[in-house]
Design a protein. Structure first.
Ligand SMILES: [Zn+2]
Length: 601
């Protein structure tokens, strides 16, 4: 049993699942005599956007020695309770509305409950460094009889994933930061276990599914074992949990120190008798691999700007290209290097990333360093103009990682690689807890590459990260026996726009810079209704365009709001924006050897 009453103790229970309410209390043994302040985070680490979780607090009151206490709201997310008698514990009671089916927040109904600590646990000012405990109450009544609980948060007695398993009850965290870094799932989920490098890993699936768990565990085990081996055993955790919510259509993942919360579409999971490796499953494995890689890269190797996090406001860093971009490079790379997918499948995935980056002119206007810094207001808050204004620090960051890896390998005849940079970051930062300075990645590259190569590549990297030039991928890949080509995705002449998803209404989602649609005055939000007098649907647009040639002029009728407008548009060449990667028919011995070092085959 716990030896002493904890300084801070939380209690959480289902208050009203039908109304999506959790009831939470927070008891402080020795509150601030000047008035105790409580705060709920404005954002959740890993998702760089202000979300103001306090907006979901419905009722709130404070109590001390059986009496109600006055509570003053200080700002959008902080409360101060009036001074309380010395020697008396103070309890804050509040209800949290939980109806956001995402990996970032909390969700509760009569089928399951899920929460991130950032949505439900207030920080107690002055006590955030102290150990704390939380009691998660088992819900009463017949509908909840089959419910279990799973989290990587260690129980007060024993350890996470230990023999006690799947029980409600008392849990313990070393500090507030740990408390909020272990999402919790409760309900009737499916659970499967595998071991990687001797460490137990659980995968929990909530929601209807027909997943072939043996297949999933076998693939995940290879991916996890490969990553542990990359950084060097032992693994940084002694237990890991993939928490997965299965829905008809959805996608998302958020990393935590010993677990990840995932949202996936049912069809992406493998099923018994599945043949080959469908794209959806490849994408789900890529997601798992991505979040797992974060166990090292961002959860332990962290930007100095995140040590510690300030959860009350935006935390700016220009380094997300390294923490998200490098992670995005390694997520798919781990699939091929661990043998879960083949080289051609891998080149297909890589080609998609290249196409994604090259499609938007935002890449010519924003550097990945700027994109990282402005993630809060730009990457995470994309509007219709995003392709023209924003570059993804995920996708372009992954290509920078690729270009850096290839140059390290080619320049050292395969003696060093980006793997060595990651291991250096792990040794210097991950294992020491020292944050990575804003220029820290350049330094690591310089040291790993040595006096000549390292110095040159550190300079190259800085330019790639802080500039907007396209990367010399074609030339670099050629040295590894891989050909990069670009072709039009369709034979239809180009209009320079993208329609919103769906087959019926032809609503414009994006208008690309400098294209025919923009020149003719069409805008995002316009609904195309006719082309040369013939009715248009989203599905029919391409069919009609295919019957015309570049240079043809067409008349488009469109509604802007409720006003009918007519546009004369001159069609362009089909855009060459589909990148294709394939093994060169003939490559020299050196290229083959380098590729073997890079992809393992
Ligand atoms: Zn990520």
């Amino acid at each position: 049993m716990p030896s002493a009453v904890p300084a801070v103790e939380y209690r959480i229970r289902l208050s009203n699942p039908g109304a999506h309410l959790f009831a939470v209390s927070c008891t402080v043994r020795a509150p601030d005599p000047a008035g105790q302040i409580f705060r709920l985070p404005a954002w959740i680490p890993g998702s760089y956007m202000i979300r103001d979780f306090a907006r979901n607090i419905v009722t709130l009151r404070a109590e001390c020695a059986g009496h109600a206490c006055a509570v003053e709201k200080l700002d959008k997310q902080s409360w101060r309770v009036a001074p309380t008698p010395a020697g008396e514990a103070l309890t804050l009671h509040y209800e949290v509305y939980a109806w956001d089916l995402s990996v970032r927040s909390a969700h509760l109904d009569d089928s399951h409950g899920f929460f991130n600590g950032t949505s439900v646990f207030v920080a107690v000012e002055g006590h955030t460094e102290a150990p704390c405990e939380v009691i998660i109450e088992r819900p009463e009544g017949a509908p909840f009889r089959g419910w279990r609980l799973i989290t990587a948060l260690p129980p007060a007695v024993g350890r996470a994933g230990g023999a006690a398993g799947c029980r409600f009850g008392r849990f313990r965290a070393r500090d507030y930061d740990e408390l909020i870094d272990h999402p919790v799932e409760m309900g009737e989920f499916t659970l499967a276990r595998f071991e990687a490098a001797g460490v137990p890993h659980d995968i929990a699936l909530t929601g209807r599914h027909d997943c072939d768990l043996d297949r999933l565990c076998a693939d995940l085990e290879r991916i996890c074992a490969w990553q542990i081996d990359l950084f060097g055993a032992p693994a940084p955790v002694d237990y890991y949990l993939f928490l997965t919510m299965v829905v008809g259509d959805g996608y998302g993942g958020l990393e935590h120190r010993a677990s990840t919360a995932l949202l996936c579409a049912r069809d992406e999971l493998p099923w018994k008798g599945m043949e080959g490796l469908p794209d959806g499953y490849k994408s789900f494995l890529g997601l798992c691999s991505h979040e797992y890689f974060h166990t090292w890269n961002v959860k332990r190797i962290k930007p100095a700007a995140f040590t510690p996090y300030d959860l009350t406001r935006e935390n700016h860093t220009r380094l997300l290209w390294a923490f998200e971009g490098f992670t995005s490079y390694y997520d798919d790379l781990a699939l091929v290097r661990s043998g879960v997918i083949g080289v051609e499948d891998y080149l297909g995935l890589l080609a998609k990333t290249v196409s994604n980056v090259m499609r938007g002119s935002g890449r010519l206007k924003q550097s990945v360093a700027d994109s990282s810094f402005d993630a809060w207001t730009k990457y995470y808050r994309q509007d219709e103009n995003a392709p023209n204004a924003v570059v993804s620090y995920y996708a372009k960051g992954a290509l920078i990682a690729l270009a850096l890896d290839l140059q390290l390998r080619a320049g050292s005849e395969g003696r060093c690689s980006l793997d060595d940079v990651m291991r250096k970051l792990w040794a210097d930062h991950g294992q020491t807890g020292v944050g990575v300075a804003e220029d820290g990645i350049y330094h690591a590259v310089r040291e790993v590459g040595g006096a000549v190569l390292g110095k040159r590549l550190a300079r190259w990297l800085q330019q790639a990260v802080e500039g907007t030039d396209d990367l010399p991928l074609e030339r670099l890949l050629k040295g590894f026996g891989v050909e990069l080509a670009v072709e039009p995705a369709s034979t239809a002449p180009g209009l320079g726009l993208k329609l919103a998803p769906g087959d019926s209404e032809a609503r414009i989602a994006n208008v690309y810079d400098g294209g025919p649609a923009q020149r003719a005055g069409l805008s995002a939000g316009d609904v195309l209704i006719a082309l040369d007098g013939l009715k248009l649907t989203a599905k029919g647009l391409e069919t009609q365009l295919k019957r015309r040639r570049p240079g043809d002029r067409v008349e488009l009728h469109a509604f802007r709001r409720d006003e009918l407008k007519v546009f004369q548009v001159e069609l362009a060449e089909p855009p060459a924006d589909k990148y294709v990667l394939k093994l060169a028919a003939r490559s020299g011995e050196r290229a083959v050897a380098l590729r073997k070092g890079w992809l393992g085959a």
